[in-house]
Design a protein around this ligand. Structure first.
Ligand code: FE2
Length: 296
């Protein structure tokens, strides 16, 4: 199971795509109608899709998996009674599978048979998405739900988050203890620390400073720099999160504390709490489809 892409809707997809290519450093991956696709240097055909809508919302977050994973998810989603339906993707790479709505409203799409593309050279392109984090009205319940129904595994719990993995990377998603459901942030995996730092430099050339970072996180141990995108959401340059073994023991909040006045491993990180919170509230989940019984 691998996190592949996020599909957003917003009023000016062309402007958002221009920022992601000209400033953030992604490559264009085509325009279909009014939907703009952006890719990284890795083998996924796209990482971000921007569709046009007067309203800002998250259409879906897409994972690619094998047929066995998909069958297991379909059976458990049907048994759990979550809203869901079969889908055939019309996005680059195609593929088919299911889109499901979690109890807190998150919309996750699982595809098999989605095509991949040749990687492209370019040390400063994001490689892929490393994680997509959601604000949850009940993060603990969300963590249990994805463990029970989707086969994901909680990696760690902190005062602020429940981190969840779907392969050997420490987390591909997480649920923030926000008290409301929305997109928390989208993290782009850079080739290494230098690529993260050069990304910060590129943003600085355009007058942008991180809303949080740079720094190195506790859970996942990734180096990060968060920005509030001009089109709304919080986006992050990140190194890969660390790999964990199958028998990794999930930490509890008391295992992940910082000394006074510190919020990262290096002790250098500042954070614009208010600005981030406002940005995190913008992109909610909106289901554009009607649920149908899954034939499992
Ligand atoms: Fe992150």
């Amino acid at each position: 199971m691998r996190l592949r892409s996020i599909e957003l809707a917003l009023p000016d997809p062309a402007a958002a795509a221009a920022f992601m290519t000209d400033v953030w450093g992604m490559a264009p991956a085509g325009v279909e109608g009014e939907t703009h696709y952006l890719r990284g240097s890795g083998t996924f055909p796209y990482l971000v899709a921007f569709a046009r809508s007067e309203r800002e919302f998250v259409r879906s977050t897409t994972f690619v998996c094998d047929a066995d994973d998909l069958a297991a998810i379909a059976a458990k989603v049907a048994a759990a009674g979550w809203p869901a339906r079969a889908v055939t993707s019309s996005d680059p790479g195609g593929g088919e599978g299911y889109v499901v709505e979690l109890p807190d409203g998150e919309l996750l799409r699982f595809l098999v048979g989605a095509g991949e593309v040749a990687p492209i050279a370019g040390a400063d392109l994001p490689v892929k998405l490393t994680h997509v984090v959601f604000n949850a009205s009940d993060a603990e319940a969300s963590g249990h739900a994805v463990e029970d129904v989707l086969g994901f595994t909680v990696s760690d719990r902190t005062k602020g988050m429940v981190f969840v993995r779907c392969n050997d990377s420490h987390h591909s998603t997480a649920f923030a203890r926000a008290g409301f459901a929305s997109l928390n942030h989208v993290a782009f995996e850079m080739a290494d620390i230098d690529a993260v730092m050069r990304g910060i430099g590129r943003l600085r050339d355009h007058g942008a400073v991180p809303a949080w970072g740079p720094g190195r996180h506790g859970p996942g141990a990734n180096v990060y720099a968060y920005y509030i995108a001009p089109f709304g959401p919080v986006i992050e340059f990140s190194t890969a999160v660390e790999k964990v073994p199958e028998d990794y023991v999930a930490g509890a909040p008391e295992d992940w504390t910082w000394p006074p006045n510190r919020i990262d491993q290096w002790g250098i990180s500042d954070k614009d709490f208010d600005g981030l919170r406002q940005a995190e509230e913008r992109f909610r989940f909106h289901r554009e489809w009607d649920a149908e019984p899954l034939h499992v």
